[in-house]
Design a protein around this ligand. Structure first.
Ligand SMILES: NC(=O)C1=CN([C@@H]2O[C@H](COP(=O)(O)OP(=O)(O)OC[C@H]3O[C@@H](n4cnc5c(N)ncnc54)[C@H](O)[C@@H]3O)[C@@H](O)[C@H]2O)C=CC1
Ligand SMILES: CC(=O)C(=O)O
Ligand SMILES: [Mg+2]
Length: 372
């Protein structure tokens, strides 16, 4: 299979979808790997490392895409990348389509086969290709939020651990999955007063057991959200309904109940965000202020720690990349019922129900699409 690895072009995105180690696995199986010149630099991988692994390096982006069958990326394709996609391509990357109508339409019009990392599942009910980046983003959320609490950033001037004689700051995490648990762990490590809200009692039970009461767990209701708005110095949005647009849990009206200078960190922004006033920001300008509340809504948080993130992401994606390369997308998805839900768009049709629902489109069963 002819496999291409473009350099990521999203704002301050330094990750790369394949390491030289992954390239070596692919070329060792007889696949042809072409990496865009400089694609790995941001993560500390040089062109010569890929060449040593048997890959070619291509400086001409148009040629790279034109010659490829399988395209490996990290972030959702940007407009100029969508324009390069054709029906010959299988694209494997994060897509987060339920928050992106224009992108969804663009991918449908391209005729390409588009498989999303974030909707691949596993036997334990998890999302194995989202989890490593959720771990990173969860761990980063508290440091981003703590910085935002400083006066110079528009924050209230609260130091999360407090000092002797002064109570610690209060952090509320909405959604106690991978992002939420990792954020809570970091906040706890800093000495903050930490509460997690979730709709899943099972999940709250796991967290209660794991942290032995050091993290408070609260069932997520409108009352619990009101209470969080009134008392928290920092609220971290970490909910997910897989593949679907995030529910808006903190409304604009609720901002009036928050202490001025409190911070909202919306990690769920890639699925549209779980605060009404959230809009995607970039690492270049990560925060903005609405009604005195600092908002941090960077949609590619792990891109800032590209070395760690690239290694974590590619450890998880490599087995799926090898299956796509060895078998082609149809057989790879037929053979693995957990890979199948990764298919989001094929041949002009949406094949993920929650994405189709978000835009009132017809959805095709991915099991039918792989047999077309
Ligand atoms: N901004 C960024 O750079 C990144 C964003 N993310 C995003 O973070 C979000 C969370 O991802 P994960 O933690 O991996 O998901 P997860 O599936 O592990 O956890 C989500 C949790 O939200 C809970 N939940 C769902 N609806 C809820 C509601 N109404 N109230 C309270 N809890 C609710 C679920 O029960 C679950 O425990 C996703 O949107 C993901 O795409 C992940 C990585 C990087
Ligand atoms: C999950 C995601 O959107 C990211 O890692 O950038
Ligand atoms: Mg996006």
């Amino acid at each position: 299979m002819r496999i291409a690895v473009p350099k990521e072009i999203k704002n301050h995105e330094y990750r790369v979808a394949l390491t030289p180690t992954g390239a070596r696995e692919l070329t060792g199986r007889g696949h042809q790997v072409t990496v865009q010149a400089g694609a790995g630099e941001g993560a500390g991988f040089h062109d010569r490392d890929y060449e040593a692994a048997g890959a070619s390096v291509e400086a001409d982006v148009a040629m790279l895409w034109q010659n490829a069958e399988l395209i490996l990326k990290v972030k959702e394709p940007q407009a100029e990348e969508v324009a390069r996609l054709t029906p010959q391509h299988t694209l494997f990357t994060y897509l987060h389509l339920a928050a992106e109508k224009t992108l969804t339409k663009g991918l449908m019009e391209s005729g390409a086969t588009c498989i999303a990392y974030e909707t691949v599942t596993d036997a334990k009910g998890g999302l194995p290709l989202l989890a490593p980046m959720s771990t990173v983003a969860g761990r980063m959320a508290v440091q981003a939020g703590a910085h935002s609490l400083e006066k110079a950033q528009g924050g209230a001037g609260v130091l999360l651990p407090g000092v002797p004689g002064v109570a610690p700051g209060k952090v509320t995490v909405i959604g106690g999955g991978v992002v939420g648990e990792n954020a809570a762990r970091m906040a706890l490590g800093l000495g903050a007063d930490v509460t997690i809200l979730d709709k899943s009692i099972d999940r709250l039970e796991v967290l209660d057991d794991r942290y032995q009461g050091r993290i408070k767990t609260v069932y997520s209701t409108a009352d619990a959200l009101d209470e969080a708005a009134k008392t928290a110095d920092m609220i971290i949005g970490a909910v997910l309904i897989p593949g679907a647009a995030a529910p808006k849990l903190i409304t604009r009206a609720m901002l009036a109940d928050m202490q001025p200078g409190s911070v909202l960190v919306d990690v769920a922004i890639d699925q549209g965000g779980c605060f009404e006033t959230s809009r995607p920001t970039t690492h270049a300008e990560p925060t903005y202020i609405v009604d005195g509340i600092v908002h941090y809504c960077v949609a590619n948080m792990p891109g800032a720690v590209a070395r760690t993130s690239t290694l974590g992401l590619t450890n998880a994606t490599l087995p799926f990349v090898l299956a796509l390369a060895d078998k082609g997308w149809q057989q790879a998805l037929r053979d693995n019922p957990h890979f199948l839900p990764g298919l989001n768009v094929h041949n002009g049709q949406v094949t993920y129900a929650a994405v189709a629902e978000a835009f009132d489109l017809k959805s095709v069963d991915p099991a039918d699409a792989v047999n077309q």
